[in-house]
Design a protein around this ligand. Structure first.
Ligand code: ADP
Length: 227
């Protein structure tokens, strides 16, 4: 039986990161986020981090070659066994082509889940987003606020607003999504990759995760049920 690569697809602010974390908890598959990997390099101020910092802060896209290499290396790690959850990759048609090859070579069957959201809600949602710089927990002031304002529930760290959640940057990210990422859907159709849409504008993160899990069993034939 093929193992599944669940590819969470959707605009910035559609909740890919939140869903990936929830599904990682229920399915046990590693959460592979290119955004998180890139941010780790930026924080470490290593060579790669210095190379990508400016383009990330402006809301533009990092080069395909660099991101493809990051994912390829990540797929070599031993925790990648039963399945994976890809978040933020692929983001261009060229990356989608590389992804198909990388996954096929490792016996993964790609299943794309498109988190559909109302664009008008995205800007509001992102400007209310907070991140714990220590443990990576995500909060939303509207739907998932921390118990104590601006403080992480898990480790007490002061929450931060990501630079690229500022409104002008969010608009730039949405433009990049429209022009460079949405065309991937044509590629997915032509390549015959399994594809589902999940309505994500309404509902709590847990409810949306249930909708995602509900489409997965049909994709595989046997249910990787949420534990
Ligand atoms: P979001 O999905 O909320 O936009 P991410 O954390 O996925 O945020 O990505 C943050 C930034 O990292 C992007 O704006 C982009 O600059 C860069 N990035 C992440 N993934 C990719 C990718 N697959 N290709 C190119 N750039 C990427």
């Amino acid at each position: 039986m093929d193992r599944i690569a669940l590819i969470l697809f959707g605009p910035p602010g559609s909740g890919k990161g939140t869903q990936a974390k929830l599904l990682n908890g229920s399915l046990g598959w590693p959460h592979v986020s290119t955004g998180d990997m890139l941010r780790q390099h930026v924080q470490a101020q290593d060579e790669l981090g210095r190379e990508v910092a400016a383009v990330m802060h402006s809301g533009g896209l990092v080069s395909d070659e660099l991101v493809d290499r990051l994912v390829e290396n990540r797929l070599k790690q031993p925790d990648i066994r039963d399945g994976i959850i890809l978040d933020g990759y692929p983001r261009t048609v060229a990356q989608a082509g590389v992804m198909s090859k990388l996954l096929a070579a490792r016996g993964f069957r790609p299943v794309v889940v498109h988190l559909k959201v109302d664009y008008n809600k995205i800007v509001a949602r992102l400007s209310g987003r907070r991140l714990c710089p220590q443990c990576g927990s995500l909060y939303s002031l509207a739907s998932n606020a921390p118990t104590v304002s601006e403080v992480c529930d898990y480790d007490g760290a002061r929450l931060i607003i990501r630079d690229d959640d500022r409104e002008d940057v969010v608009r730039h990210r949405l433009e990049a999504y429209d022009s460079q990422t949405l065309p991937i859907l044509d590629y997915i159709r032509e390549a015959g990759i399994t594809y589902y849409e999940v309505e994500s504008t309404e509902g709590t993160p847990a409810e949306i995760a249930q909708r995602v899990c509900a489409v997965l069993p049909a994709a595989e034939g046997t249910a990787p049920a949420a534990r």
